[in-house]
Design a protein around this ligand. Sequence first.
Ligand code: DON
Length: 569
Amino acid sequence: MIRAPLALAALVFAVPAGAEIPPERTHAVGAAETVTAGSHMVVAAHPLAAEAGETVLAAGGSAADAAVAVQLVLGLVEPQSSGLGGGGFLLYWDAAGQELTAHDARETAPMAAAPDYWLEDGEPIGFWEAVIGGRSVGVPGTPKLLEDIHARHGRLPWAELFDDAIALAEEGFEVSPRMAASIADARALDRQAAARDYFLPEGAPLEEGARRANPAYAATLRLMREQGAAPFYTGAIARDIVAAVRADARPSLLTMADFAAYEVIERAPVCVGYRGDEVCGMGPPSSGGLTVGQMLGILERFDLPAMGPGMLAEHLFLEAGALAFADRDLYMADSDFVSMPEGLIDADYLRARARLIDPEAAMGAAAPGTPPWRDAAARHADDPRPRGGTTHFVIRDGHGDVVSATTTIEMGFGSRLMTNGFLLNNELTDFAFAPAGADGLVANRVEPGKRPRSSMAPTIVLRAGAPHLAIGSPGGANIIPYTARALIAILDWDMPLDEAVARPHLLNRNGPSFVEEGPGAAEMAAELAAMGHEVEVRDLNSGLHVMRISGDGLEGAADPRREGIAAGR
Ligand code: DON
């Protein structure tokens, strides 16, 4: 354990003006609880969503069936974070086939988009200017994801998965404290009549405890129940979305052809060995699986299990984050458009990266490495500041299938534009704003039809070839360290799940080291500052949802920083 005198002068206790904007804020902190079950379980960000999924599982439904029910309810009761106007990534473990697949439902840029998409007079436009309005909207992937996953792995009829969502949308649901606080906090919710009338009825934000029906969403769900995802891509809903985004004062270039061309892409999961387990996640266009994989691959070189939690382990975790984000910012983007090194999670490469860590002192800014790469090309690193609502859920059915899914509309309330009862994403602000820099092109620049780089990291850990843990979180680029950190607490230190998700966050994305505000933060910050870390104490709003599957049954826990629960039997 490294002990150091307090060095308060080096600390910054508030987010400086102009610093990154958190995608969602923590509004309430509850108590975490580890819930157990025998056959099936859902952990999701809202009790009504978890219960809708549990009902489907109790009726013999698969994890895919439950994912549909959960997502449709989340889009109603946690509309600021995910929904039919957004996208996401889903990992599916098929127990019968003993196979893990990864599904990319990331939004796409218009075919008419060019690398100067976010430039005005040659300069990147302001972040909020970009977020709000039609131009930030990509073609949503979530409707097709739900249809695809049900077609492949569904056991119950599609129509039966809509009952809870339709009933809640028609009869009304109670606005949760977090939803009410998010509305009260949100800027520009009055930009467009549909969103204004829904979230600010009679000019005032919806209040906690108010009953809210969403008849437009109920009509959308009825249409989707009858016709599947087609109306969202070639029918009336696509036409409404295109009209809404093109009519905005900051108009979109999206056309019906962009919607007709949209596909959910099945991709190989990215897996890294970690102390005998296989940690599997989502590859490009997400940087999630590779960057979590890099952090774990670097940390595997240190004996964290023997070391236990403490400031030395925290320091190593922060340094691993800095090294991994240096590579992420330079190399990672939609690999259907840009070449990427093959060796980003190569064990020898990560061993060499781990040797750059001094256990006693912070390295400061980490330089990217040179992983094994056949097609090396000059690159310019992306602006590391995440321009960044999102949600994560995990499901295990009674047949052994498992889902780990992160879905999003990007910032809380997305682009602020609403059609047919759901909000439209602002995912295109996940692209780099400046397409090039002094060292060459930025890998994550806008290109026609490309998918913006994500940090979403839905994860399934395989032990002896079968799912042992399912985990993930919202939180913009912080998703990566939130997920890696919880994995270490559970896998290396055998921490109970509720403690692992509630533990204060420390993280580094190759910039300042962030320490989550709360009891003990000042002391930890001081110790880190003495090691040379530049420290910021701040709100860190994760939403870690985790499930462990073992011979003893199922255990699940929801992050106390949001409103989720684990529900199972
Ligand atoms: O894809 C991404 O990485 C971001 N659009 C996720 C944004 C997010 O997690 C916002 N959440 N709280």
